[in-house]
Design a protein around this ligand. Sequence first.
Ligand SMILES: [Zn+2]
Length: 76
Amino acid sequence: MNQPLRNDSPQPGASDQPGNAQAPRTPMSPGDEAPEGTPGTGPTVCPNCGGTGNAGGRPCAVCQGTGQVNVGIGGA
Ligand SMILES: [Zn+2]
């Protein structure tokens, strides 16, 4: 007689996940050893341009003009 409404079991939202580990949001500079914010890494003065962001009158290719690169710290 009475037909109960059938609810499909709700699926957990995949969009709730903070992000895909395979696709870091932060673009890496060529001189970066790891994406910004990676545990065990930190920004340091770019060894190529000495932190000026310029090399030979052009934006440094290693740090992309930021003057900093992200490298591993703590010998991990
Ligand atoms: Zn640089």
